[in-house]
Design a protein around this ligand. Structure first.
Ligand code: NDP
Length: 280
């Protein structure tokens, strides 16, 4: 028996009309066996949104985990990401087909270009292939990851479909205001990777400890509330059921305006990736 009834997780609407659960489960760096277990635990707690990537090497385990839950595939929202080696020349077709094969799924809910790799200048042609994959129904939505507003402008000037999502490194330490303003202007949903700071020092910050005490929640819950209160979709990774449960339980309290402003003071102190040079 599950002691904690699955909380109902708000959904945000994508520009395709589909909805995305506002909290997802990150799966890097879990291996196939770990991720299978994590998905079974997470689904029992109410998670339905799973984030993986070709590069994580765990798509087989993700598929196994989903099947092991016994829950209809249609209830899950599964994201995978195309690695740089599949960019250009319609290589994304083979890239996605191989991911689907490993996942044991007929389609994913969201396919992302993992990194723009602007020095290779292939993301526009890759996106045109993504548009074909969307039309074939092999993915229900297409989006980007680690794209700056400048990369998105280049993409959108030359292609027909606006990305449904841009998944970027984002936390109170790395708030990426300029990205979020651009996303909001174009109805692109912001998904946050390393929303908790990626297991580094963010959660030890005194401000988070104080706010946690005030609201009767943990520092991680304060940080995830900061995300969801601004319409961001965080994808915290945990392999620990108690933390998974806490990470979903952020819809029953609201941070005051002053406390949201207090969290702005956490900015800095962690290295932000640079989408112009980083990636694979
Ligand atoms: P997160 O910010 O999600 O942090 C994960 C770390 O926080 C783990 O060490 C986890 O430990 C710990 N943790 C989780 N919940 C809690 C909690 N309630 N209290 C205390 N500690 C907690 O960082 P990630 O870098 O993993 O990012 C999340 C996901 O984003 C990845 O798993 C991946 O799916 C995606 N990602 C995407 C990238 C991209 O380029 N698009 C790049 C990097 C990540 P434990 O598991 O032991 O509980």
């Amino acid at each position: 028996m599950n002691e904690h009834p699955a909380p109902s997780i708000p959904q945000l609407q994508l520009n395709t009309g589909a909805s995305i659960p506002q909290i997802g489960l990150g799966t890097w760096p879990l291996d196939d066996d770990e991720v299978e277990r994590a998905i079974v635990d997470a689904a029992g707690l109410g998670y339905r949104h799973i984030d993986t990537a070709e590069k994580y090497g765990n798509e087989v385990g993700v598929g196994r985990g989903i099947r092991a839950t016994g829950i209809d595939r249609g209830e899950f929202f599964v994201t995978t990401k195309l690695d740089g080696k599949f960019q250009g020349d319609d290589r994304a077709i083979a890239g996605l087909e191989a991911s689907l094969e490993r996942l044991g799924l007929d389609y994913v809910d969201l396919l992302l270009i993992h990194w723009p790799l602007p020095q290779r200048d292939l993301f526009v042609s890759t996106w045109r292939t993504f548009e074909k994959l969307l039309e074939r129904g092999l993915t229900r939505a297409i989006g980007t990851s680690n794209f700056s507003p400048a990369h998105l402008k280049t993409l959108m000037a030359q292609t027909a479909i606006v990305p449904a999502v841009n998944q970027v490194q984002l936390s109170p330490q790395i708030p990426r205001d300029e990205y979020r303003a651009f996303h909001d202007e174009h109805a692109i949903v912001t998904v946050a990777w390393s929303p908790l700071g990626g297991g580094n020092r963010l959660l030890d910050h005194e401000i988070l400890r104080q706010l946690g005490e005030e609201y009767g929640v943990s520092p991680a819950q304060i940080v995830l509330r900061w995300h969801v209160q601004q319409g961001i979709v965080p994808i915290p990774k945990s392999k620990t059921p108690e933390r998974m449960r806490a990470n979903l339980d952020v819809f029953g309290f609201e941070l005051s305006r002053d406390d949201m402003l207090m969290l702005d003071r956490l900015v800095g102190g962690e290295k932000a990736v640079d989408p112009d040079v980083d990636g694979h």
